[in-house]
Design a protein around this ligand. Sequence first.
Ligand code: TYD
Length: 213
Amino acid sequence: MKGLFIVLEGPDGSGKSTMAQMIASYLEDKGHNIVFTREPGGTPIGEKLRDIILDNKNIEMADTTEALLYAAARAQLVAEKIKPLIEKGKTIISERFVYSSLVYQGIGRKLGVNNVKMINDFGLQGIKPDIVLFFDIDPEKALNRKIEINGGDRLEQEDISFHRSVFEGYKEIIKDYSEIKTINAERTKEEIFEEIKFIIDENLNKIFNSEKY
Ligand code: TYD
């Protein structure tokens, strides 16, 4: 059986980590074998790249370098974990994937969505998630929550206008990527999770039926 690949996307501080845990225990109860991952990072090489990318000291980093480092960390993650684990039938839950680069670098940094897509496609090996959940929450609300907790990394320290353009960017790319499902994330944890369960069950049924016939 081919595995399942679920991606959580959305502004910094939108509650992706909490939901990742809840999804994992829900699917574990259904017999799934879960592997968590996060971006940038998720592999030893990727975590080293993450330290370089998010280091507050790296103020001179060119936007193009930033985009290439994210793409490099992702290429390693696909090669080392995502592709082999999907082939083994595991269920992968990833906080962020290529969609983050399309909006943070393509739109936030103004490098162009197509340019960013192009440098990423090279490392993706054709891998596409089964479900992408976009956490729709006002970026200012989400970010304040995050900065209160951890002080903010290099990306989080960006001006609120940057985060706003990223948020609008998500709304823009959703039109071109039908695998992205929008979740109203300005509700209680329980309400958000109810909707996510519905989406997951719908997808599992679809996959089950296509394997059957
Ligand atoms: P992280 O602390 O993991 O943020 P979060 O918990 O909100 O996911 O830091 C990741 C930061 O990197 C976040 O600000 C989004 C940014 N990012 C990009 O700009 N491009 C990318 O391709 C990815 C994966 C993340």
